[in-house]
Design a protein around this ligand. Structure first.
Ligand SMILES: Nc1nc2c(c(=O)[nH]1)N[C@H]1C(S)=C(S)[C@@H](COP(=O)(O)O)O[C@H]1N2
Ligand SMILES: [Mo]
Length: 344
């Protein structure tokens, strides 16, 4: 998502980020069936008509890829080289998952709920369908839904047509697209995307800690205009309204701080309210730009006291890097401009 799209509370679908491990599968909605089975009393087969006839819910959810910020790590882990743009806040419509699991009737001893996609590929030496799991307790939480619409329109192919999981608060890999089946297990799920990938490992090959909820992050709309190659931004000296969004999957956002000197000194930004408990919050800061170079930073803190590190937390997969954003800005005339020529 281009960072200027942080200006929209609801991210237009074409500006929302995308992460697709393999290929977008071909699906015929007419013959599509979702299979719910495994360790349940009543396995279900649901058509899209069955699913769309169930109770319906709509709310905005901030989705962020666990690899957001990866390209800032050095040495850079080999995977999608995101800077800060792997985020979006769309309005998803679907049916809550909890009641559907109740209807299927979990058998005693149910442990995990496995969500399997229709997309197949090879990763880490394994031929697989993309699949991830949640514990029964996490799968049954409020907000977890099977979504078939986004921003009031049908789900487009790239976002999981005809049906995807949405898990608010968790990094994006949890929200399995192109759902084929939901399988309840009586033993912990050990699939590749669950047990091997998506771990925070301080050393390559270490056991690591599973990646789950989004760490807090604030991002700003980069002010002014960019230099094509260096991405340095130019603004006029004077007052600028800096705006951005902040979110955390661990607790609600409590404060955002702004720095114009690379994180040496911080000032509190103003926070707007939020329409969705699962969506990002807008923040603003009135910055008085003096002529010269500045490094603008924003830092979010949530109600549980989690905040963003100033420097990157290196790890082998390059996940959960929520180090503060840095935007290099020159207040004054850019080289080669009429204003620069006039001042000679
Ligand atoms: N079936 C399937 N689901 C998937 C993926 C995938 O490759 N296949 N990618 C995951 C990852 S890593 C992320 S970050 C989100 C991205 O969702 P989006 O493309 O709708 O923004 O989808 C998740 N769900
Ligand atoms: Mo992701």
């Amino acid at each position: 998502m281009p960072l200027e799209a942080l200006r929209y509370d609801v991210t237009p679908v074409g500006l929302h980020y995308l992460l697709i491990h393999f290929d977008i599968p071909a699906v015929d909605a007419e013959t599509y069936e979702l299979h719910v089975g495994g360790h349940v009393h009543r396995p279900l087969r649901l058509t899209m008509h069955d699913i769309e006839s169930r109770p319906k819910t709509t709310f905005a959810v901030t989705l962020e890829c666990a690899g957001n910020g990866r390209a800032r790590l050095s040495p850079r882990p080999m995977s999608q080289p995101w800077l800060n743009e792997a985020v979006g806040n769309a309005e998803w419509t679907g049916t809550p998952l909890g009641p559907l699991l109740e209807e299927a009737g979990l058998k005693p001893g149910a442990v995990d709920v496995v969500f399997t996609g229709l997309d197949r590929g090879v990763q880490g030496g394994f031929d697989q369908f993309y699949e991830r799991s949640l514990s029964v307790a996490n799968a049954s939480r409020d907000g977890v839904m099977l979504a078939y619409a986004v921003n009031g329109g049908p789900l487009p192919p790239q976002h999981g047509f005809p049906l995807r999981l949405i898990v608010p608060g968790w990094y994006g890999m949890t929200s399995v697209k192109w759902l084929r089946s939901i399988t309840v297990t009586d033993a912990p799920f050990q699939g590749y995307q669950q047990a091997t990938a998506y771990h925070f490992r301080e050393v390559t090959g270490g056991p690591g800690v599973p990646v789950e909820r989004m760490r807090p992050r604030a991002l700003m709309v980069p002010p002014g205009f960019p230099d094509f190659m260096s991405r340095t931004r130019f603004v006029d000296p004077g007052e600028h309204l800096i705006e951005g969004r902040a979110w955390s999957g661990l607790a609600s956002i409590e404060r955002v701080d702004f720095s114009a000197d690379g994180g040496v000194t911080w000032q509190p930004a103003e926070l707007d309210g939020t329409a969705s408990p699962f969506g990002w919050r807008r923040w603003t800061y009135r910055w008085g730009a003096t002529a010269g170079e500045h490094e603008l930073c924003a830092r979010a803190t949530d109600a549980a006291g989690n905040t963003q590190p100033i420097d990157e937390d290196w790890n082998a997969e390059g996940v959960q890097n929520n180090a503060v954003q840095r935007v290099h800005v020159v207040a004054g005339a850019p080289p080669g401009s009429q204003a620069a020529a006039d001042s000679l």
